[in-house]
Design a protein around this ligand. Structure first.
Ligand code: GLA
Length: 407
């Protein structure tokens, strides 16, 4: 059986061309279990927070009722730890029976009845990162299960993926196409390959989005580490973002435990600038209202969802004391000659960073100047000449975000 599957994989590899699902023309948005709820299996002692159909259904209810769905957050995604430890007697994946007593199809139907889409997690290796059954020798069968259950997005992880894992992803892409169901494909192999990974052209053909940086945890240091990775832009990976295919810096922790208001603005604002998939990983049943309002901020979402699909690049940098740097970022927008700009204060120095910058410093070149509108509050700051100083004060770890339209 195993040997046969390897042969199938080898045989198919050359004929696999690219994903053909027409999905994710703007970055996908939704909610994902992993960062906030992890692999909590303890439904006996922690029924509110364990990975179960109850948790997903309650989040789906909140997404519908509290405005997230209507703001664009349409995917709700299970991550690792939804499975039973064993496939059934026919080799078919099954959910844990106690935590998902009605099965995945039932959950998908429920999620669909709320106008949402269901995402699920598989792993290309022998086992998932948390030791549940992997898909390595069952790719075709597992793709079929996704179709039968009514799944809308697959996150394919790569723990224990082995040296042939990229071929495995190609085979999965092939079988996803074969299902005839439109299933968005999120691939983790660039992150598993790590610093050695350079084939962004390949992953952009095969996957709707791909993880390429370290896992997010509930910590500003980790969020900032990911931002620094995006600022380095090794192999110019930003150029491979576009309609249907996105770099994925992992989930947002807005509303969790570790970020200040300014840091929340920075993560959300920069993820918007990165044209990143916007997946909240937070308990929507008791999120504080400031975080909720931020996640629902239409102006920020519009930057993320801009149909041009360009990813921001880091074009400017200044130290602010010995405690870090302020970085300047530019994201071209669909409307001709317009941009989103961000100034991120990565410095921990207590006094706000005094900024004196011109749009020309950020590489913009319309001699007539630009109208600038700040994004978080939606405040019109006025027309600015190309070389006219913009004077700002940006607090530690906060971000100034704006859109600029040529005059
Ligand atoms: C890896 C992934 C995470 C999450 C876990 C699940 O670490 O990068 O996003 O899916 O596995 O075990």
């Amino acid at each position: 059986m195993a040997f046969q599957s390897v042969l199938i994989m080898l045989f198919l590899a050359p004929v696999v061309s690219c994903l053909d699902n027409g999905l994710a023309l703007t970055p996908p948005m939704g909610w994902m279990q992993w960062e906030r709820f992890r692999c909590n299996l303890d439904c006996k002692n922690d029924p509110e927070n364990c990975i179960s159909e109850k948790l997903i259904m309650e989040m789906a209810d909140r997404m519908e009722k509290d405005g997230y769905r209507d703001a664009g957050y349409t995917y709700i995604s299970l991550d690792d730890c939804w499975m039973s430890t064993k496939r059934d007697s026919q080799g078919i994946l099954q959910p844990d029976k106690d935590r998902f007593p009605h099965g995945i199809k039932y959950l998908a139907d429920y999620v669909h009845s709320k106008g949402l889409k269901l995402g699920i997690y598989l792993d290309m290796g022998l086992e998932t990162c948390k030791g549940f059954p992997g898909s390595k020798f069952s790719i075709q069968r597992d793709a079929l299960s996704l179709k039968e259950w009514g799944i809308d997005m697959l996150k394919m992880d790569c723990c224990e993926g082995g040296s042939d894992m990229v071929t495995g992803y190609e085979v999965m892409g092939f079988y996803l196409n074969q299902t005839g169901r439109r299933i968005a494909f999120s691939c983790s192999y660039p992150a598993c390959i790590g610093d050695m990974f350079s084939d962004y052209a390949g992953v952009a053909k095969l996957c709707n989005s791909w993880r390429n940086a370290i896992d997010i945890t509930d910590s500003w240091e980790r969020v900032y580490e990911v931002m620094k990775f995006y600022s380095k832009d090794v192999y110019s990976f930003s150029k491979f973002a576009g309609p249907g295919h996105w770099n994925d810096p992992d989930e947002m922790i807005v509303g969790d435990y570790s970020l200040s208001d300014g840091q929340e603005r920075s993560q959300f604002g920069m993820w918007a600038m990165f044209a990143a998939p916007l997946f909240m990983s937070v308990d929507l049943r008791n999120i504080k209202s400031s975080s909720r309002n931020l996640l629902l901020n239409k102006r920020v979402i519009d930057i993320n969802q801009d149909p041009l699909g360009a990813q921001a690049t880091n074009v400017w940098q200044r130290p602010w004391t010995d405690q870090g740097v302020v970085t300047g970022w530019v994201k071209p927008l669909m409307k001709k000659g317009s941009y989103a700009i961000a100034l991120l204060n990565g410095s921990a120095y207590g006094m706000p960073a005094p900024i004196n910058i011109t749009l020309n410093d950020l590489g913009l070149n319309n001699e007539g100047g630009y109208n600038i509108t700040e994004t978080f509050e939606g405040k019109f700051l006025g027309p600015y000449k190309l070389r006219e100083p913009i004077l700002l004060k940006i607090h530690a770890h906060d971000t100034f975000l704006a859109t600029v339209v040529p005059l």
